[in-house]
Structures are given as structure tokens and as C-alpha cells.
Ligand binder design. Structure first.
Ligand code: FAD
Length: 392
């Protein structure tokens, strides 16, 4: 159980919190004092945004490989499930290496999400002139609706379908990405930062426990997602216990980890600026077929169309995994995240993200419905409110 404890949010979501706490105490019995923590104003009338998007999941793992379209070399770089931001730099490094083997002076990138932008910037750094073609710029993409945490093996492949050797490829991508994200720490706008995250266990009401348990068993047998985080456990600190009475939480036990957060609005803005400052061009385009991409007249194209690749490249192995985040009005004084029962919060600068995982990792698997569910968001905020003796 100690192992789950070290792998962070994903492990926390999988393990029962109480069991995880037990693992924590056997590994390290020393308490660390908690800094003064401002309470979260967990009120449903403070929800100002609910966003839904589809994680572009491939059971075999992301597609990073070449394909020929006549004279055009296409390098695919899509299908990163719940890890697209986390793995972006590492995956795009591989894609750009494949693209630059042909030493092109110009590169076209299709897609302007996390994968498209990082591919475009890396191709510029490799010496190419780059044009991004996309239906949507970053603020309108799936990438803009992500939670914004370092979660490099979240819904990245299935155990029984991952390509041979994928674990090693994944590790290389994760390590490369981790280094590149570090370059964005301490910049104006705080595109990337480290925060404390608290895993909190309280006296869950019996009715809520049984409701959560039944929602977990009601769905089909779970797809078994691959887990690779153990191979990079040296990158992030261990979780440690914190005295519950030194926190503002109505809790029976508390532990603290430190996690890397992507402030999506600032990060996206910074990446777009970096791309344009380096001479990048953007053209709005909605491709209906690969032939239209071949007709662009570019010899090398990096395809970063995310879930859009299902229709455009007829890749039916792409599975939508629906996810929803709600945002509460930001509280600058709250610089910590929480995991409590099936709720997670991330104190992003552009809003306090509140996300519900009642169904665990399988939640939303195969579900392409992008309609926001306000009731789910409100329930998550009400659950969060239980933690604060007095809601501010
Ligand atoms: C609720 C939720 C939370 C998440 N949280 C995290 C997290 O905390 N950390 C993390 O690392 N990942 C997270 N993810 C996953 C992450 O958001 C995705 O893996 C990532 O956004 C995929 O990026 P992308 O660039 O491949 O695709 P997208 O962001 O979807 O970009 C695709 C681009 O291609 C363009 N395009 C598509 N089709 C066409 C076409 N036919 N013609 C022209 N242009 C086209 C689009 O317009 C867009 O510009 C989360 C996902 C969800 C749903």
C-alpha cells in the first residue's frame, strides 16, 4: 500500500484513502507541521464555469509514428488520454525527431492543443519555419479544459493492449517532459508551479458511502489502465502525514504531497507567445480528409489532432473518456489542493478546479457526451463543503 501512496493522485484515486493512510504511517511516522491554510469557500453559487471534454484515449497508448501520404511525411502525435499536458514535451520531442530526419526547412503542424503547440515550438527550436493549421486555437481546445496537474500515466494505455516496449517509451517521454515543464517555473503569470496537495479522510456519512460504492459497481467491468508511475518515483516527493488538528479540515487523518500544477490559461498563453515570437504562423483550417492535408504543399506535417484524429484519420481505436471540471472563483490565498472522498481540487490561478471521480478512473469511458452536468458539479462542491467546519 505504501507504493500507491507514493504515486500521487492516480494512486490516491485507486486506493481507499484509509488504506493509503495506513501505508503512509508505516513508511514514515514523522509528522510535518502544516502551514496556515485558508479555507475554501465551497459554495455552489461560486461556480462560474463547468467544462466538459473528451480525453483522446488509445488502449495501445499514444500514436507517435510516421506515415507517408504520397510525397508528404506525416508524423502522428495524438492519443494521450488523461496525460496530454503532462507528456506533451516528451511526446513532441519524439515526434519532432521523426519529422526532422528529413531536414525540412518548413514544417506544418495540424492542431493547436498541448501537443500541437509543443511540437511547433520544438520544431522551431530544431530550425524549421512552422505553420500551425487548426480548427481551434488553444483556448477552444480539449487541452484548455484539462485539470492541469502532472499526471503522466493517467489513462494512457490499457494493460492488455499497450504496445510492447511502451513502458520504456513512456518513461522517456515522462522524464523529458518533466524537465521541460521545469523551464516554465517562476515565470510571469506562473504557468507552472508546485503546490501542496492534501489527502483528507473524514467521517464519511454512511448514506454517502453506500451511494459512492453503488456508483462504482453499477457500470461495466473496469478497463484495466496501465500504471507506470513507479519507474519515475524519484521525480516527486513522498506523501507525509500531517496532524489533522493543525489543519482547517474536519478530518480524521490528513497527509500532504507536493504536486506540479499547470495554470492552463497562463501556460497556454505563454506557449502561444513563444510560438509567435519565434516567427510562427497560425492558419485556421478544418480538414475533412488526409488528402486536404497533403494538398497544403508542405513536405512534413506533424499531426496533433487529439480526439479529432478519430474522424480525420479514421482511427477507431480512439476511445472518448468524458471528463468534467467545475471552477469556483479563484481564491488567491488558497495555494493548496485537496483529495477528499471522490473529489479533487486544484487551486489554479484561473479558477479553483473541482472535479468528481465517483466512478474512479473508468468514469466517462466510452462516453462522448460533452453536455455539462451542473448537478454533478454542485454535488462535488457540497461534498467539499463538509470538510470546512465553517464555510466562509
Ligand atoms: C477533464 C479532463 C482533465 C484532464 N486533466 C489533465 C491533467 O490534469 N493533466 C494532463 O496531463 N492531462 C489532462 N487531461 C488530458 C489532456 O487534456 C489531453 O490529453 C490533451 O488536451 C490532448 O491534447 P491534444 O493537443 O492532443 O488535443 P486537443 O487539445 O484536442 O487539440 C487538438 C487540436 O487539433 C485540432 N483539430 C482536430 N481535428 C481537426 C481537423 N479535422 N482539422 C483541423 N484541426 C483539427 C483542434 O482544433 C485542436 O486545435 C485531461 C482531460 C480531461 C478531459
Amino acid at each position: 500500500m505504501g507504493d500507491e501512496w507514493r504515486v500521487g493522485r492516480r494512486g490516491l484515486m485507486q486506493a481507499s484513502l484509509a488504506a493509503a493512510m495506513a501505508g503512509c504511517s508505516t513508511r514514515d511516522s514523522s509528522f510535518e507541521p502544516a502551514p496556515a491554510l485558508a479555507p475554501i469557500r465551497a459554495r455552489t453559487d461560486r461556480i462560474f464555469d463547468i467544462a466538459v471534454c473528451l480525453r483522446p484515449f488509445r488502449p495501445a497508448g499514444p500514436r507517435v509514428e510516421t506515415e507517408r501520404l504520397g510525397d508528404v511525411l506525416v508524423v502522428h502525435n495524438y492519443g494521450h488520454g488523461g496525460s496530454g499536458w503532462s507528456l506533451s514535451w516528451g511526446s513532441s520531442t519524439r515526434a519532432v525527431q521523426l519529422a526532422m530526419q528529413a531536414s525540412p526547412a518548413e514544417v506544418a503542424v495540424v492542431g493547436c492543443g498541448a501537443l500541437g503547440l509543443t511540437s511547433a515550438i520544438l520544431a522551431q527550436r530544431a530550425g524549421a519555419r512552422v505553420t500551425i493549421y487548426a480548427r481551434d486555437q488553444l483556448p477552444e481546445t480539449t487541452s484548455a479544459r484539462a485539470t492541469g496537474e502532472w499526471t503522466p500515466d493517467s489513462r494512457i494505455a490499457l494493460v492488455n493492449a499497450a504496445a510492447p516496449g511502451f513502458a520504456a517509451v513512456w518513461e522517456e517521454m515522462a522524464r523529458t517532459s518533466f524537465k521541460r515543464h521545469r523551464d516554465y517555473l517562476g515565470l510571469p503569470g506562473t504557468p507552472v508551479e508546485w503546490i501542496d496537495q492534501y489527502a483528507v479522510s473524514g467521517d464519511t456519512p454512511r448514506t454517502a458511502q453506500s451511494a459512492e460504492a453503488s456508483s462504482r459497481t453499477a457500470t461495466e467491468p473496469a478497463p484495466e489502465f496501465a500504471s507506470y508511475a513507479r519507474s519515475i518515483r524519484d521525480l516527486t516527493p513522498q506523501w507525509r502525514k500531517v496532524p489533522a488538528d493543525a489543519t482547517p479540515f474536519k478530518a480524521t487523518s490528513v497527509a500532504r504531497g507536493e504536486v506540479m500544477v499547470f495554470n492552463i490559461a497562463d501556460y497556454g498563453h505563454t506557449l502561444m507567445n513563444d510560438f509567435f515570437i519565434a516567427g510562427g504562423q497560425f492558419r485556421r483550417a478544418d480538414f475533412r480528409s488526409p488528402a486536404q492535408i497533403a494538398a497544403l504543399g508542405k513536405r512534413v506535417v506533424i499531426n496533433c489532432t487529439g480526439y479529432g484524429a478519430r474522424a480525420l484519420w479514421k482511427d477507431e481505436s480512439l476511445v472518448p473518456v468524458r471528463g468534467q471540471i467545475a471552477r469556483l472563483i479563484p481564491q488567491p490565498e488558497v495555494r493548496y489542493g485537496l483529495v477528499y472522498r471522490h473529489i479533487m481540487t486544484v487551486p489554479r490561478r484561473d479558477g479553483m478546479v473541482v472535479q468528481s471521480f465517483t466512478g474512479g478512473e473508468r468514469q466517462g469511458y466510452g462516453d462522448a457526451n460533452e453536455v455539462p452536468d451542473r448537478a454533478e458539479a454542485e454535488q462535488a462542491v457540497r461534498t467539499l463543503a463538509e470538510l470546512f467546519v465553517q464555510s466562509a
